[in-house]
Design a protein around this ligand. Structure first.
Ligand code: ZN
Length: 328
């Protein structure tokens, strides 16, 4: 299928290169790091071969979220976004941008988001999980009230925030002791990101800002399949409940999921069954995954062609109205 729009496609800048953890074996990681820095020949050829006409680019994890100094986070985010704007401007029919945000300074993050959306033409923001603050042991999650002005501005600007994974804080890694093979995309990303999304839901954030849109990758980080049980048992939590509606309501009203890194038709069907086909979007998760593997699976998966068109590009067109009419 040609004409696909992909949302979770990562790049890197030389000044962040040393900060990417070794998510997989050294040889594969060298290749990933090389591809992260390439925004021209090889990436465009991969997109062409996979039928991806347009990629929304985001700074790879942890990016600005891993900067422990708030002042540096502000200047680094600004520089990264300016560089991304230049990369998009060089190929405006192939690339769009998600802003990197210095959430170490919530007020500065609001200003930077507004600048990226209104001046640089970005499609929203992608945040790599919690934000470090002061040191690598400490992280801030976005359900805290310090972020209410940020979410208020996100809603007012009408753009989505993509909640992308990162590994858990060192203090939360005890359960994985002796099992480094479970880190990253194998399992820790999923637990971390699904839990962060649940924190947003249970905080009452979406009661306060009902028009917020959050995107989750990897077909929803297991939440679509687990949501009934989570919502069912949460309803018994009495005085602990800070939210107003059944939790399932927020998944169906405030969340979209993408196919990034989860190329399995049964899981796709489960997400569609739970959330509706209008809330599922195509992505590959390049270069951690192969664009061709993602597309070979998606283009040939046993779903009907109406759904394939919606997931492949029509839903993205609706969610991001400023994607250029002519792409590819
Ligand atoms: Zn990713």
């Amino acid at each position: 299928m040609s004409g696909k729009i992909a949302l979770e496609e990562h790049f890197n800048l030389p000044e962040f290169s040393d900060e990417v953890p070794q998510y997989v074996n050294a040889e594969t990681m060298r290749d990933i790091n090389r591809r992260l820095l390439d925004l021209t020949t090889e990436r465009l050829a991969e997109m062409d071969a996979a039928g991806i006409d347009y990629s929304l680019l985001s700074l790879t994890s942890p990016g600005v979220q891993g900067e422990t100094d708030p002042r540096l986070a502000v200047t680094r985010a600004r520089k990264a976004n300016d560089d991304l704007a230049d990369l998009v401007a060089a190929n405006p029919t192939r690339f769009g941008g998600f802003a990197a945000l210095p959430l170490q300074d919530p007020t500065a993050a609001v200003t930077e988001l507004e600048r990226c959306v209104t001046q640089l033409g970005f499609h929203g923001a992608l945040v790599n999980g919690y934000t470090n603050i002061g040191d690598a042991e400490t992280g801030w999650y976005y359900d805290h009230e310090r972020y209410l002005p940020f979410w208020e501005r996100v809603e007012a600007l009408g753009v989505p925030v993509y909640l992308h994974p990162r590994d858990p804080l060192p203090g939360n890694q005890g359960i994985y002791e002796g099992h480094p093979e479970l880190f990253g995309a194998v399992w820790t990303f999923t637990v971390e990101t699904a839990t962060h999304a649940l924190r947003l839901m249970t905080s009452g954030l979406f009661d306060r800002f009902p028009n917020l849109t959050v995107i989750l990758g990897h077909l929803g980080e297991t939440l679509p399949s687990n949501m009934w049980r989570i919502a069912h048992r949460a309803s018994y939590m009495g005085d602990l409940i800070k939210f107003k509606k059944p939790l399932t309501h927020y998944l169906l009203s405030n969340f979209y999921v993408t196919t990034s890194g989860n190329f399995h038709t049964q899981t796709l069907n489960a997400a569609v069954a739970e959330m509706g086909v209008d809330r599922v979007l195509y992505s590959s998760d390049y270069p951690y995954e192969s664009m061709r593997e993602a597309s070979d699976w998606f283009d040939n998966s046993a779903i009907n062609d109406n759904d394939r068109a919606k997931i492949g590009h029509l839903n993205a067109r609706r969610l991001f109205p400023n994607i250029p009419e002519k792409i590819g």
